[in-house]
Write a protein that binds this ligand. Structure first.
Ligand code: PLP
Length: 418
């Protein structure tokens, strides 16, 4: 291991230690190396208050409390701390207690779960909806519940790990088409036209912030009679006239077989949901293990989420503010000649390049100046395109955006261009 920084988690997946509880020796040497340790210190830093834009962390760099501008949380609309949402959640907690204390099928379904599922189904214009206690579990559970050995899951190569893990659990064959490349998708559909297939895409891709090419993907899928699963984790409440997501944005909601969303990002809570036809949801209830064999979402959280959906959809003010902030920040970043990839959303990458060391140095300098921007390293993103990722919030004030742009200009733009 001469150049320790050339290694990453991608190198230690396989372990030939006879004792499975003993990690590979190379892994231990690597992760205990001071330079690697320093890189890791940017992760799992403790937030000391709510995930607002102006918040406080206990910094792993020097173990000191630091007031920071937080551009890493997915609390895009500020709903996690919205006063009406918090009041509703408190009321829910008082009435229903802390947890559901049971799986949905047996004893964990409360009137709140039924109400919220109906609200979500109506919102997404589907017949029914299944609520999961995590977004990750929702993706795994929907795919594992519907697909069987011998089926083919065709995913965009940039799809989230939860979608891939669903395929692994279902023991299906998985094929990855080139990102947003319809010709690549079509080839796979043609080769597997005698098989049961499901095509999986995301509304907004979470590391790049670009949108799915839904018009062309739906056209090709329709030609092959292939159902589409869309993960709208980063696009629900963000896109479309009514905030229903990227499928609404493209006016293609009727072409979507299953619409997935998470409740942990723009909704500000935790959980996941899957909307589809009543038949599909009824079948899933029988076979989707993360729903069937796991405790239902906490009723207090669901009470808050019901209010969050009401607040976010009664008018477009929060969404409008967020888009104004996206435009303001993007304009500033573009003027610095930074590589923002193909971002078309509130997720804005700042692509730094191949040097992990540079990424960590810039992260440290930004944090010391009061800006909390998490580095995203290989293998989460390609090794040549390590990056920071900005999550824009409706809560950002003009002053916070100007301070953010100032820090990025001083640290990143000047750091990269000198
Ligand atoms: N799908 C996508 C595209 C995501 O980005 C995430 C989370 O980062 C998930 C699913 C899982 O959602 P959750 O974090 O709510 O479990």
């Amino acid at each position: 291991m001469h150049d320790i920084l050339n290694y990453s988690l991608a190198d230690f997946f396989f372990n030939d230690n006879r004792n499975v509880l003993r990690p590979p020796t190379d892994f231990t040497n690597w992760i205990e190396n001071p330079k690697v340790k320093h890189g890791y210190s940017f992760f799992e830093q403790q937030l000391l208050s709510a995930p607002r834009v102006a918040t406080e962390i206990l910094s792993n760099l020097d173990h000191k409390k630091r007031s920071i501008i937080n551009l890493t949380s997915y609390n895009y609309l500020g709903l996690s701390t919205h006063p009406e949402v918090i009041a509703a959640a408190k009321e829910g907690l008082d009435k229903y207690g802390l947890g559901a204390s049971g799986a949905p099928l047996l004893s964990g379904t409360f009137d709140l779960h039924v109400k919220f599922s109906r609200m979500l189904a109506e919102f997404k214009q589907k017949e029914d909806c299944l609520l999961y206690s995590s977004g990750f579990g929702g993706n795994v559970g929907a795919i594992q519940g519907l697909m069987r050995k011998g089926d083919v899951l065709i995913l965009d190569e940039k799809c989230h790990k939860s979608l891939i893990d669903g395929g692994t659990l279902a023991q299906v064959k998985m094929l990855f088409f080139e990102h947003n490349n319809v010709a690549s998708l079509e080839q796979m559909l043609e080769k597997n036209k005698d098989k049961r297939v499901l095509v999986v895409v995301e509304g907004v891709y979470s590391m790049d912030g670009d949108l799915v090419d839904l018009p062309n993907i739906t056209r090709v899928c329709e030609a092959y009679d292939a159902p589409i699963y869309i993960d709208e984790a980063h696009s629900t409440l963000m896109f479309g006239k009514h905030g229903r997501g990227v499928a609404e944005h493209f006016n293609l909601e009727d072409k979507i077989g299953i619409s997935f969303g998470t409740l942990s990002k723009s909704f500000g809570g935790v959980g996941g949901f899957v909307c589809s036809s009543a038949d599909t949801i009824r079948y899933l209830k029988g076979y989707s293990s993360p729903w069937n064999f796991s405790c239902a979402p906490s009723p207090g959280v669901v009470a808050g989420l019901i209010k969050a959906l009401e607040v976010a959809t009664r008018d477009s003010s929060l969404r409008d503010r967020m888009w104004e902030n996206v435009a303001y920040l993007k304009k500033g970043l573009i003027s610095m000649n930074l590589d923002l990839g193909g971002s078309e959303s509130q997720v804005i990458p700042i692509i730094i390049g191949p040097s992990g060391e540079k990424l960590m140095t810039l992260a440290e300098q930004m944090q010391k100046r009061g800006l909390f921007l998490q580095p995203v390293d290989f293998p989460a993103v390609p090794a040549h395109a390590r990056r920071f990722r900005i999550s824009v919030s409706s809560q950002l004030t003009r002053d916070e955006m100007d301070r953010t742009l100032n820090i990025i200009d001083d640290v990143v733009a000047k750091g990269l261009h000198t």
